[in-house]
Design a protein around this ligand. Structure first.
Ligand code: UDP
Length: 332
């Protein structure tokens, strides 16, 4: 029996494939390589290049392999892009999952682990955020993930497809042995952008707002190492195999770091001065996002191993030093 990983050539997907292989799973990856990289898919995994919205393509894979469960990462995930082009997000994120679920129904595959996001909460009403807190997304990205979560709930009721929804906070870092890393184009995330400054590929980092109601005026986020996130997917699969019930979990460290604290940590680790400029707030950015992940710790037995910010940044730094162009032009 195999695990199908949709979006397994992307940042979190590729790290999860590595963990699955280390757990001796047979892994089938589907990726359209629009944002993923071929080079991020380890050789032991079988890669099919194509889009989950192509029914015949997906059907062939379900015919060729005995799939026990699906882990679904394949989506667009840029907040500002989603504001400018919401229909792209409904198309790829909502319709993409709909196509996948239709095939799962057809082939009687009843388990799915779904990549969701803290953006489903919108402006938080409590810190740390609990899974039971209200969900009011402030951008189409978060909305399309929430819509998909709801689709999964109805699919559970109607077809008995059980899900584990994982709401990620700020995923960061690279594989600790340097096997895999982060490669986004365009890059929009804070830590890789600061590391581009450290590599002199960028002159400065713009701080999006220094007038928030936080200790130093900059936004506070909950950073979590990508391998810890990947591990949670293994545990989510185990849960589905063991108790066959659906659930939602936050995945974060329960600790927050401000934008300025992250920049200072990069300065310390790289010895680069990292010039900064203060620029206006980015629309839709809440002041503080910190997860309560107690539920994942208690119910999944999740134990994040790389929780300190220095480990997250230094693993990313090692990766970027060796791969300044990411997976490079051959990566596709
Ligand atoms: N941020 C920033 N400058 C940048 C990129 C990000 O000040 O060039 C801030 C952003 O406003 C947020 C935090 O860094 O408060 C993390 O942003 P990122 O895009 O990495 O993740 P998000 O929180 O949007 O998922």
């Amino acid at each position: 029996m195999a695990v199908l990983v949709c979006g397994g050539a992307g940042y979190i997907g590729s790290h999860t494939v590595l963990e699955l292989l280390e757990h001796q799973e047979e892994v089938i990856v589907v990726d359209n390589l629009v944002t993923g990289s071929r080079a991020a898919v380890l050789e032991k995994a079988r890669l099919y290049i194509g889009d989950i919205q192509e029914e015949q393509f997906l059907e062939k894979i379900f015919e060729n392999h005995q799939i026990n469960a699906v882990i679904h990462f394949a989506a667009n995930s840029l907040v500002s892009e989603s504001v400018n082009d919401p229909l792209k997000y409904y198309q790829n994120n909502v319709h993409g999952t709909l196509c996948l679920l239709k095939i799962m129904v057809k082939f009687n595959v009843k388990k799915i682990v779904f990549s969701s996001t803290a953006a489903t909460y919108g402006e938080p009403v409590n810190i740390p955020i609990l899974e039971t807190d209200p969900t009011n997304p402030t951008n189409p990205y978060g909305e399309t993930k929430l819509t998909t979560e709801k689709m999964l709930r109805w699919a559970d009721d109607a077809y008995g497809i059980k899900h584990v929804i994982l709401r990620y906070f700020n995923v960061a870092g690279a594989h600790i042995d340097g096997k895999l890393g982060e490669d986004h184009s365009p890059e929009t995330h804070l830590i890789p952008l600061i590391l581009q400054v450290a590599l002199d590929k960028r002159d400065e980092i713009l701080i999006f707002g220094a007038d928030y109601d936080t200790d130093d005026g900059t936004c506070v986020r909950d950073y979590i190492h990508v391998t810890d996130i990947a591990q949670a997917h293994i545990l989510a699969l185990e849960k589905l195999n063991n108790d066959n019930t659906s659930a939602i979990y936050n995945l974060g460290n329960g600790k927050g770091f401000s934008v300025k604290e992250v920049i200072d940590c990069v300065r310390k680790l790289t010895k680069h001065p990292i010039p900064v400029s203060i620029s206006p707030r980015r629309p839709g950015d809440p002041a503080i996002l910190i997860a309560s992940s107690k539920k994942a710790v208690k119910e999944l037995g999740w134990k994040p191993k790389y929780g300190d910010l220095e480990t997250m940044i230094s693993s990313a730094w090692e990766w970027f030093k060796k791969h300044p162009e990411g997976y490079g032009s051959n990566g596709k």
